[in-house]
Design a binder for this molecule. Sequence first.
Ligand code: DGT
Ligand code: CA
Ligand code: CA
Length: 575
Amino acid sequence: MPLHNADIAAIFGEIADLLEIRGENPFRIRACRNAARTITEFGQDIKNLFDQGGELPKLPGIGDDLHAKIHEIAATGSCRLFDRLRKEFPPAISDLLRIPGLGPKRVKVLYDRLRVRTVDELRQAASAGKVRELPGFGEKTEARILQALAAQADQSRRYRLAIATQYADALIAYLKQVPGVEQAVVAGSFRRMRETVGDLDLLVVAAAGSSVMEKFCTYDEVREILAQGGTRASVILKSGLQVDLRLVPAPSYGAALHYFTGSKAHNIAIRRLAQARGLKLNEYGVFRGASRIAGDTEESVFKAVGLPYISPELREERGEIEAARSGNLPLLITLQDIRGDLHAHTGASDGHHTVAQMAQAAQASGLKYLAITEHSRRLAVARGLDPLQLARQIDEIDRLNESLAGFTLLKGIEVDILEDGSLDLPDAVLARLDLVIGAVHSAFGLPRRKQTERILRAMDHRYFTLLAHPSGRLIGSREPYDVDMLKIARKAKSRGCFLELNAQPDRLDLHDIHCQMARDEGVLVSINSDAHSALDFAQLKYGIGQARRGWLAPGDVLNTRTLAALRPLIKRTMQ
Ligand code: DGT
Ligand code: CA
Ligand code: CA
């Protein structure tokens, strides 16, 4: 049974939840959660690695015990601890844990006091007003639970792009091995690099007589076959992810790729252009009367409707067709354009590696400079630095820089923006840094005007360089805080500071439409990994995807600059 990192991580996540319901040692629980995170984001398929006789490198926060469990899970699909816990609790308890706002602590109370074991039982208890009486719940929480249950009912699950990638890569590799297969690609929202995808849309070209359809349906991760025909099939994988596959003839490949890449709104607009030229456009090609005039490549489809090639990330019917027609498409940024990274943590706050290890990993990823930006003291959960600790790190970095060749460490901080807009560390120590990233980590619920003012005030600070993850959202788990992003972008412009596009797969914050806004306002965006371990530089590619969806060109991005060009941009003068 193939297991991807996300599946192994999910087991660790569930173990942590069940241990928490059981009231176990918090350190043990945290260790499992950290392991889940590390595994999810580990850049290589772990099961694959084991199957090929490889060994896991030493992963941050994963000791011998967890290491053994990873082996056990990769080999058997489970581990003894997990089996034991699952026997202790009814299976539906994990569904309860997935309801937003219901952590293990609350599930434990529901379970202990009301014997609630399933989502249905929860709905009944909440509807009957029994939930509000539990300790730590109250009327508001009960209402939120009912709301979440209603929302869950009409919103089917979406997968973060980085997670979907694990399933997509393995499936494409599998299909490419099937005899006769000439092309196997993922189209749909996945190819447009949307931050989440509803399903995977595969496109395959194969020689006549290839067994690819049958091989697809018998892929050993398939849980259920929804539809199976000669040229199309739909399946559900064991992870719950739906995959649609189309087998298309080579002369239709480009037209089909264009059609199934979408978006639907973009497709409709392109079809209208074709119709205006007296052409018919569908997934089989571009036709004049009965004869096909284009469709083997996407370029040929665009050309037939009088347009240059439009990159998939732009195909959202947000002005890309007008831009293409008038020769104003942006030359989109690529990963190779990124020269440095301005946001990373080490073990000094909540990261997992040393400054030297982070520098080495960044350099190995092709970067020329890296800013170390720990949390500040206010963020106690992340072991934020006080002025003395920061001063010590500044000295450490100065020393390290003397021994580095072709690579430079910058001194920074991710300082908390306090509720009144002041920064969490005194000017005296901020003055010694190359850059200051300001971040909101508290009081997410402030009303729009106050939240915006708070950030604007922080930007007025003489040492402020860059606003971290400007909306604060966590994809699928936390809504953005309410701010006026246009005001923030304009303030950044007038103060000569910058907005971050945080590349962590669950953040991707700046959002694509705000990237476009920043560009229009002339504010440079910094695409940062926010690395917490040496493995995290691999996540920059998701930030690039979001930046491309936001129309950014290399010139719109701060950290495409050489260090020499960057220095004067981040140097704040006295004001
Ligand atoms: P998703 O799966 O919700 O993340 O988003 P998509 O964009 O992958 O949507 P999906 O999987 O429903 O369909 C894949 C593509 O197929 C879609 O982007 C455009 C194309 N498509 C689907 N339905 C229609 C349609 O009714 N008309 C047109 N013109 N294109 C369609
Ligand atoms: Ca899709
Ligand atoms: Ca689909």
